[in-house]
Design a binder for this molecule. Structure first.
Ligand code: SF4
Ligand code: SF4
Length: 259
């Protein structure tokens, strides 16, 4: 059956109308950044503080595209008589991304968590030789690595965090003990100055007259005074003093009056 004239045009217009009403899936890159999954294998970031130059990553890389140079440094003994130690110092860490096949073996085998996947992907170059990136660039990419997912709340506390927490608690306890000792030392009194010896209670002071020992003719101030007559006794110096009794407090006075 011969085709109807104009049917092709109608089909084309139908497709055009259908697609015009659909939502576009085109990513407007570079005007809009794509939303990438967090575990995207964009590029490899290096956290060089963790790298001990063990060379495991370079040995395990199937493409031999990791280049590492280092030298040894001697660390003096920490204590007198101790042993000197040596450590590897990283001089060069580079990855040739023109050879890398993004297998992730280097990241998996690194025992010190020095390599990470970053979702960064904007490092195209016009010259293939420029795709070998050195440690400074790898370190820059390290800061684009997304944070790891949160730990399971029911999981056991990682031993690194437990050790760090114990160290902080120990340091805080030591600081508190030192502060308490310093406060106790300040609260103690200063050595007392020598004070004049106090008389023993009940023992008369040499300069003071003994209470009760009255002497005739002494001034009444602070000294013994004639005893108070008891009822029935006459006051000293008065007539009618009983001959059989002496005035209290005047032992030397003859009975019956003054001499
Ligand atoms: S991702 Fe694979 S190929 Fe790339 S550097 Fe690491 S080990 Fe080598
Ligand atoms: S495996 Fe890790 S620690 Fe060892 S050299 Fe490679 S990045 Fe450094």
């Amino acid at each position: 059956m011969p085709p109807i004239p104009g049917s092709g045009l109608a089909k084309g217009l139908a497709v055009t109308l259908r697609t015009m009403t659909k939502r576009s899936h085109t990513a407007q890159y570079p005007d809009a950044q794509p939303e990438l999954p967090p575990r995207t294998r964009g590029v490899i970031g290096l956290f060089e503080e963790n790298c001990t130059v063990c060379m495991l990553c370079a040995r395990e890389c199937p493409d031999w595209c990791i280049y590492i140079d280092s030298h040894k440094e001697t660390i003096p003994a920490a204590t007198p008589g101790g042993r000197e130690r040596s450590r590897n110092v990283l001089d060069r860490f580079a990855i040739d991304f023109s050879l890398c096949m993004y297998c992730g073996i280097c990241i998996e085998v690194c025992p010190f968590d020095a390599l990470f996947w970053s979702p960064e992907f904007e490092y195209a170059e016009t010259d293939i030789h420029d795709l070998t990136h050195e440690r400074d660039k790898l370190r820059e990419w390290m800061w684009t690595v997304p944070a790891p997912p949160a730990l399971d709340p029911a999981a056991e506390e990682p031993k690194e965090i437990a050790a760090a927490r114990k160290a902080v608690e120990k340091a805080e306890a030591a600081a508190a003990a030192a502060a308490a000792a310093a406060a106790a030392e300040q609260a103690q009194p200063t050595p007392a100055e020598p004070t004049p010896a106090e008389p023993t209670p009940g023992e008369p002071t040499p300069a003071e007259p003994t209470p009760g020992r009255a002497t005739a003719g002494q001034s009444p101030q602070g000294q013994a005074t004639p005893g108070r007559p008891t009822p029935g006794q006459a006051a000293p110096g008065t007539s009618g003093t009983p001959s059989s009794s002496e005035s209290p407090g005047t032992p030397d006075t003859p009975a019956g009056g003054t001499a």
